[in-house]
Design a protein around this ligand. Structure first.
Ligand code: KG4
Ligand code: ZN
Length: 337
């Protein structure tokens, strides 16, 4: 037992391919945090295989929860709340997390709350800082690219999103067409360090439009043509330069719209989250803008359970309760004002 008291939340995240659990005391004290990544399992298929992911979650989740409670020095009955990702995500994966949370909450007689995965990402910078609304949030992950204005906790305004691919998806597809392993983002980030970002001039999608909006499919096509041209000419691919130039274009596209959102709203606190926020070039660019950047540690940018625990705790504190029985929802939308 901790004997410390406080509000203890168990966070559970299983929306995609990582099984993550965490025990959070009050708002920021992480008593335990465990994550079982399936990256190596899925890499051989070049992407996430949903049925396989669900099966892996099922194998991992209870041992991870046991380990987290053990590390925190508590039992399930000590918890004040179980917070679980309800959606969006893969149905089979979400089902494992939600059903486990419901069963344990019944067994322990502890309330359970469903958390929107995107709201979770918005909360990840808050797990390491005292940032409070109003703030702007750039969420850039494998499935989403959007800038959201948080007017208050639970009160969000969508300023703009992508017209086609998400930024992380663009990284993953770009990596694939250069013959690099999945997931592409970390690999491109690594190789770009040895490359010249100005070696190739890729289009920066929608950079100068007066709207907060993104598009990455044209950029991916430009890379595809460049790779094809180089191959047709019999050249060895200058992978480092291609990575650095591609990363430069994505970073410019994201940063330009953050700057626009800051100008449009007058809000100068900017949080970033989602896997792409772990990107070193984006972190550098966001740190040098006309705003104050709140960047979580790279391991808190990607999917994790601390962000779910904190988002759940804050929702609970402002009186959110699950209306009817909690059920996974693969296309759950964040409610906007
Ligand atoms: O947030 P996340 O872990 O899962 C989703 O909710 O999608 O984001 C995963 C995405 C993948 O597309 C991955 O390639 C990308 O984030 N990513 C990166 C980096 N680390 C992860 N993209 C660019 N640079 C990185 N360092
Ligand atoms: Zn995510």
């Amino acid at each position: 037992m901790t004997g410390k008291g406080g509000f203890l939340t168990l966070g559970i995240e299983t929306s995609c391919d990582d099984t993550a659990v965490a025990v959070l005391r009050n708002d920021r004290e992480v008593l335990a945090e465990f994550l079982s990544s399936q990256v190596d399992d899925h890499a051989q298929f070049g992407g996430v295989v949903p049925e396989f992911a669900a099966r892996k979650h099922l194998e991992n989740i209870l041992p991870l929860i046991d380990a987290a409670l053990g590390k925190a020095g508590i039992t399930g009955q000590n918890l004040a709340l179980v917070a679980v990702t309800q959606g969006p995500g893969l149905m089979g994966s979400l089902l494992v997390g939600v059903e486990t949370a419901l069963a344990l909450s019944q067994a322990w007689d502890v309330p359970v709350i469903g958390v929107n995965h995107l709201e979770g990402h918005m909360f990840s910078p808050l797990t390491e800082s005292s940032l409070a609304p109003p703030f702007l949030s750039l969420i850039a992950s494998g499935g989403h690219t959007e800038i959201v204005k948080a007017e208050a906790f639970g009160e969000y305004v969508m300023l703009g999103t992508t017209r086609d691919d998400a930024a992380g998806e663009a990284y993953d597809k770009a990596a694939k067409l250069m013959g690099l392993p999945y997931p592409g983002g970390p690999e491109i980030d690594r190789l770009a360090k040895e490359g010249n970002p100005y070696a190739f001039s890729f289009p920066v999608p929608l950079k100068n439009t007066p709207k907060v909006e993104f598009s990455f499919s044209g950029l991916k096509t430009a890379l595809l043509w460049q790779v094809k041209k180089l191959k047709d000419e019999g050249q060895e691919l200058p992978v480092n330069d291609l990575c650095a130039s591609f990363q430069h274009a994505v970073t410019e596209a994201l940063t330009a719209k953050v700057a626009l959102a800051v100008r449009q709203t007058g809000i100068k606190n900017v949080a970033a989250s989602g896997g792409v926020a772990a990107n070193s070039a984006l972190r550098r660019a966001l740190s040098h803008g006309q705003w104050k950047a709140y960047l979580p540690s790279p391991f808190r940018c990607t999917d994790n359970a601390v962000m779910i625990a904190l988002a759940g705790r804050c929702a609970w504190r402002r009186g959110v309760r699950n209306q009817i029985g909690l059920a996974p929802d693969p296309s759950l939308e964040l409610r906007y004002l």
